[in-house]
Design a protein around this ligand. Structure first.
Ligand code: HDE
Length: 753
């Protein structure tokens, strides 16, 4: 297989490409025990590979790569051609009659090129248009055959290739990453038994209970139709008009207004399947199940002021973060956990498990870890993979089935339907990124862009001419869980669906004080952008039902009185099993990744103290941080020792919101020069305001003073001072402070700095 790898085309610009010198791809043939640290080095093997798909995967190669190999294009050392493979001799000039004469219609080369270009765009997704994706694999911890026959959980250590796409919901394809919004968390499992798509969000509940309301919700949140504003933002009248009239949205609003609405990174957010699903075992027995993804990088968020500024400094903040982490070999991982409960148990709950505006508290049904997803390869081509991937809630496999959640029902219809417009016909399953590794045989034929060459004269079943093939798979195929229902045909909701506030209150009461303050500030911000006072008031009256304190805080911020509570549809609900759940606080999942992939800025100028910075750089890099020297401009600077230090970023091209921590350097001349630069103070002020760690070395402490920060009066653990000579001792202290993510004792509203 060495030869095979060598023969494959590769993208010479990609350091993580297999078959490339210094490839970051996993070493060949190695498998890791589930749960071991060497998991990032694990890979498909003969044993764990997919067997039903034309043999096991080649050692060392992710099976998704193999399936995409036939369509990979490598133009290195090749001539330019037309789409018909005809070599092009001149790619600069139109065919003309004379040098100054008219262009000729005959110029098929020009016409092919322009025509193709004219049709390069496809419609963007109607929601979740903005997204980023990566390849990887899922590895099962233990066989789950007691509950499900689903292929990925068939045996311990089994590996299933995946493609995961993360997204914002409201913004258009080119919109900023750091908008306040829910995030999509969609995973396509290329299993032996066909594709399974787990199309989730980073929030475990949804705005509405019934698919019937989805177009209304989306029309309300999207830019207002008369003037097309605002982009990628819910802070406008139509959204708040709608949700304030739909009290069932209140629980989800709490989550979106919390810091979960502005994650630090796609790598640092949870994922949830939202609906109740079913697991079905070999005997046809089924249990209910909720899916949870937990990031092993910890769950972290931005601050609102930071998110706003990042959207200007780097609208691709999350896309870049995911891409760079994977390129550098820092493969993000999530643990998949299941909440499993029976139908009988569900009947006893105070809420309805078919209602997607409700969670099942972890204290009621614990989350059992069942496997781990690792994303270890960036796409080759954004359009071909990330844009053309088509997720669909109807893509389930034997062992996974639906519940009767009416929101899920609408989704089962919607996703295939939307791809027909977006991807131009019913054959989108043949686009390489969408095609299953499992073989596809049926009697569906023709349609736009058909690729398969179906052989023979038979395209129907039953048939005798093709020996009855392809034949029905019977019990080895997908069998829906039988359910006896005898009831009226009706448009309506079950009674428990009418309760809208108990879990919104549970969420709010489970947050730390800082998180609660951020929720109040987010409501204040959003509602302050609403022009019609009656909408603000209506929303406040709904919040009174969640928490009077929250409503009072928000009302105060809007210069309004707290209105009377909105009348409840269900005045006397069953009392909740759980009233505080620590799992709902973001702070509950600190993660295990220390400062790996954290971006640290070290300011530099002419005359900067050399030895201390180099020592610090090495110490931090060793701990996995990505350290940048940031100057008043990019390029070389003379240090105090005469040696050069190169600034790879400037304060102008990379303001401090793009970093997780700051180092102010020693060196009198450098400090004097930095003091005279307005960017320096902005840089320090934002790091301080956003509660990040600052280390000031030697004379660099002057810069803190200049910025109005007095470390003596500040007891926070995130402002560190040291002499240059003590850098070695200080490095571990600094690392610990950066790993804490933020020093929230500094957080104040309004900001003091
Ligand atoms: Fe979606 N949703 N959705 N949604 N959704 C789409 O499908 C829809 C809902 C989610 O990265 C669309 O391919 C309806 C809940 C994600 O490509 C569309 C309803 C959850 C993605 C669609 C919902 C989601 C989508 C647009 C209510 C969390 C992006 C393009 C009944 C569990 C997938 C597309 C990707 C995308 C319909 C509600 C998650 C129009 C009708 C709840 C992550 O089909």
């Amino acid at each position: 297989s060495d030869e095979l790898v060598a023969a494959m085309p590769y993208n010479s610009n990609k350091t993580s490409e297999y078959g490339h010198d210094n490839a970051l791809a996993p070493p060949q043939g190695e498998t890791a025990e589930p749960g071991s640290d060497s998991l990032t080095a694990s890979t498909m093997t003969e044993e764990t590979g997919t067997v039903k798909t034309g043999g096991a995967a080649e050692p060392g190669i992710n099976a998704t790569v193999s399936s995409l190999r036939r369509v990979r294009v490598d133009a290195s050392e090749q001539p330019l051609t037309t789409n018909q493979g005809v070599r092009i001799s001149d790619n600069q000039n139109t065919l003309k009659l004379g040098l100054r004469g008219p262009s000729l219609l005959e110029d098929f080369i020009l016409r092919e090129k322009i025509t193709h270009f004219d049709h390069e765009r496809i419609p963007e997704r109607v929601v979740h248009a903005r997204g980023s994706a990566a390849h990887g694999y899922f590895e099962a911890y233990e066989p789950l055959s007691k509950y499900t026959r689903a292929a990925p959980f068939a045996k311990k250590g089994k590996i299933t290739p995946v493609f995961a796409r993360f997204s914002t919901v409201a913004g258009e394809r080119g919109s900023k990453d750091t908008a306040r919004d829910a995030r999509g968390f969609a995973v396509k499992f290329y299993t032996d038994e066909g594709n399974w798509d787990l199309v989730g969000n980073n929030i475990p509940v949804f705005f509405i209970q019934d698919a019937m309301k989805f177009p209304d919700l989306v029309h309300a949140v999207k830019p207002e139709p008369h003037h097309g504003m605002p982009q990628a933002a819910s802070a406008h009248d139509t959204f708040w008009d709608f949700v304030s009239l739909m009290p069932e949205s209140t629980h989800m609003l709490m989550w979106v207004m919390s810091d979960r609405g502005i994650p630090r990174s796609y790598r640092m957010m949870q994922g949830f399947g939202v609906h109740t699903f079913r697991l079905v075992n070999e005997q046809g027995e089924s249990v209910f199940c909720k899916f949870h993804w937990k990031p092993l990088q910890g769950t972290h968020s931005l601050l609102w002021d930071e998110a706003v500024k990042i959207s200007g400094a780097d609208p691709d903040f999350h896309r870049r973060d995911l891409w760079e982490a994977i390129e550098s070999g820092e493969f993000p991982q999530w643990e998949l956990g299941l909440q499993i409960f029976t139908e009988e148990e569900a009947e006893g709950f105070s809420f309805d498990v078919l209602d997607s505006t409700k969670i099942v508290p972890e204290e009621l049904v614990p989350v059992t870890p069942v496997g781990r997803m690792t994303l270890n390869r960036n796409p080759d081509n954004f359009f071909a993979e990330t844009e053309q991937v088509a997720f669909c809630t109807a893509h389930v496999i034997p062992g996974i089935d639906f519940s009767n959640d009416p929101l899920l029902a609408g989704r089962i219809h919607s996703y295939v339907d939307t791809q027909i417009t977006r991807l131009g016909g019913p054959n989108f399953h043949e686009i390489p990124i969408n095609s299953p590794l499992a073989p596809v045989q049926n009697n569906q034929r023709d349609g736009m862009h058909r690729q398969a060459l179906h052989r023979g004269r038979v395209a129907y079943e039953p048939n005798s001419l093709a020996g009855g093939c392809p034949f029905q798979a019977g019990a080895s195929g997908f069998v829906s869980v039988p359910e006896t229902i005898s009831d009226d045909k009706v448009r309506g909701k079950p009674e428990k669906f009418a309760e809208h506030y108990v879990q919104a209150t549970l969420f709010f009461d489970s947050q730390t004080a800082v998180e609660q303050a951020h929720i109040a500030a987010a409501f204040r911000f959003e509602l302050s952008k609403v022009g019609v006072p009656a909408i603000r008031e209506r929303m406040l009256s709904s919040l009174v039902n969640v928490s009077r304190e929250l409503a009072a805080e928000v009302a105060g911020g809007l210069g309004m009185e707290v209105p009377d509570a909105m009348p409840k549809a269900f005045a006397d609900p069953q009392s909740a099993e759980v009233t505080v759940s620590s799992a709902l606080s973001l702070m509950a999942l600190p993660g295990e990744c220390g400062i790996r992939t954290r971006q640290i800025a070290i300011l530099v100028e002419e005359g900067v103290h050399h030895v201390s910075l180099v020592a610090l750089y090495e110490g931090l890099t060793e701990a996995g941080a990505i350290v940048h020297f940031v100057g008043p401009r990019v390029g070389m600077f003379d240090s105090n020792s005469g040696e050069k230090i190169e600034a790879d970023k400037s304060m102008e091209n990379s303001p401090s919101v793009l970093f997780d921590a700051l180092v102010l350097p020693d060196g009198n001349a450098a400090v004097e020069a930095l003091k005279g630069n307005g960017h320096t103070m902005e840089f320090i002020n934002d790091v301080y305001r956003h509660c990040k760690t600052i280390l000031a070395l030697g004379a660099g402490q002057e810069l803190l003073k200049e910025a109005g920060i007095d470390p003596q009066t500040d007891e926070d653990q995130g402002i560190l001072l040291a002499d240059s000579a003590d850098v070695a001792d200080m490095t571990p202290v600094f690392i610990e402070a950066v790993a804490a993510h933020r020093h929230l004792s500094r957080d104040s509203d309004p900001p003091i700095q």
